[in-house]
Write a protein that binds this ligand. Sequence first.
Ligand SMILES: [Zn+2]
Length: 125
Amino acid sequence: MEDLKVLEPLFRMPLFQFFVLMALIQLLSQVFLDRRIAFWLSSIATTLLWLKNYDPITPLKAWFLILLIFSVYMFPKVFFHFNLFLFLRGRKRCPICYSEVHWKAKACPFCHHRFKKVEGLGEEK
Ligand SMILES: [Zn+2]
């Protein structure tokens, strides 16, 4: 239990509390709803609850963080067809059959599509 004391300052941070509250609402709503809908529902609900009971600065910071994380993931995906999560697992997606293959593969083992030489990209066009 002594180790948990290290976490105490973290739990005192309003921003961390905001995300804990959001995660709890997310977990609850995920029982009934689709994950994506649950995410938006929980973030909006937490923001509204926080604005009603606490300060307006914490939700602002939290939304800034959420958008920052989203943009790190979304921009490469939309503009360069680069999927961060696939890349971290060392995979890329075949543009023909949408199977995950090794990022160094020259041809898709499932549909035999030949990849162009854009190595290191998570998803190829
Ligand atoms: Zn394929």
